[in-house]
Design a protein around this ligand. Structure first.
Ligand SMILES: [Zn+2]
Length: 304
């Protein structure tokens, strides 16, 4: 089987300010993911003829323009999946009832906006626990896609959190247990602990390369540029599912109204056209290797 799913986490711009411990932005740039990036991603999807799976944060949909844009994309055949109600980076530290509320109310907000109940789930910041999986299973969620067993990413996140702390700011981001780095890199049913195989919920891990498990996601690919992205793609060809995770910000750059991020995120400096070229290069390379492009719910059915 050679399937590829492109999913996009629609974390709105204030989430990035929260990661870096910066005062939250105001003005048009604060809604750039819904108001600008979604249109560019939809254009990419049409140009490359690939469906998208959009992981939406429920509370963002209280803004009517955001809800309308998402409904429009759902009507065009893209999947909308659940990225919780409030994108709490500390979801795993909440009690079970509050975890349940974040998941159920996120799904309800998406259903109210799009008319369709989401069947898939992704946790904020790739951070999950056995309790989160228990709640998802109780709620009948069809698949999860949160586990990111990527040592280089883990080390970079730990270093970034330490650096932010040294500068006296407080990041909202939370570091997972390093044991989860042993998780399978291909679709699996979670056991206990969740990074082992078992008979629980179907998990579709975020893609890493073979060998050193380099991150094969939007941030790395857009920073690598088209030629670098083609090279990295060679390191995932042959995987039964290439679960390529993007963020809305991968279709933006700092000129879209958030110059404050320039000094904090390398990818904010890359022009959005170059980022989209890199992503198109990935799709082209995978298609030449006989990959079919599906939504994550379709991939979940294929691997169930
Ligand atoms: Zn997110």
């Amino acid at each position: 089987m050679r399937l590829c799913a492109l999913s996009v986490d629609l974390d709105e711009i204030p989430n990035y300010f929260a990661i870096h411990g910066l005062p939250l932005p105001v003005g048009a740039g604060a809604h750039a993911v819904y108001d600008v990036a979604l249109g560019r991603l939809d254009a990419l999807s049409r140009a490359c003829d690939v469906p998208l799976t959009l992981f939406a944060i429920g509370s963002d949909l209280s803004r009517a323009e955001a809800a309308q844009r998402l409904r429009h994309l759902a009507d065009r055949g893209h999947e909308v999946a659940n990225h919780t109600l409030d994108h709490r980076y500390d979801l795993t530290r909440l009690d079970r009832d509050e975890i349940g509320r974040q998941i159920v109310d996120g799904a309800s907000a998406i259903e109210a906006a799009t008319g369709r109940r989401p069947t898939g789930f992704r946790a904020p910041g790739y951070t999950v626990t056995d309790t989160v999986f228990d709640v998802l299973a109780d709620l009948g969620v069809a698949y999860g896609s949160s586990v990111f067993p990527c040592p280089p990413y883990y080390l970079a996140k730990a270093a970034a959190l330490a650096a932010i702390g040294i500068r006296g700011r407080q990041s909202r981001s939370v570091l997972d247990t390093p044991s989860m780095l042993r998780a399978p890199t291909r679709p699996y049913r979670v056991g206990r602990p969740y990074w082992t195989r078992g008979s629980g919920m179907l998990e579709l891990p975020i893609q890493v390369t073979r060998g050193p498990r380099l991150p094969f996601f939007g941030t790395a690919l857009t920073l690598a540029g088209p030629a670098g992205a083609r090279f990295l793609t060679q390191l995932v060809i042959g995987e039964p599912l290439v679960n390529l995770e993007l963020h809305g910000i991968d279709a933006l750059d700092a000129s879209d109204g958030f110059p404050e991020l320039l000094g904090h995120q390398l990818d904010a400096r890359v022009p959005h056209r170059r980022k989209l070229e890199a992503l198109a290069a990935v799709v082209e390379t995978l298609r030449a290797a006989d990959y079919s492009f599906v939504r994550l719910d379709e991939a979940a059915r294929a691997f169930a």
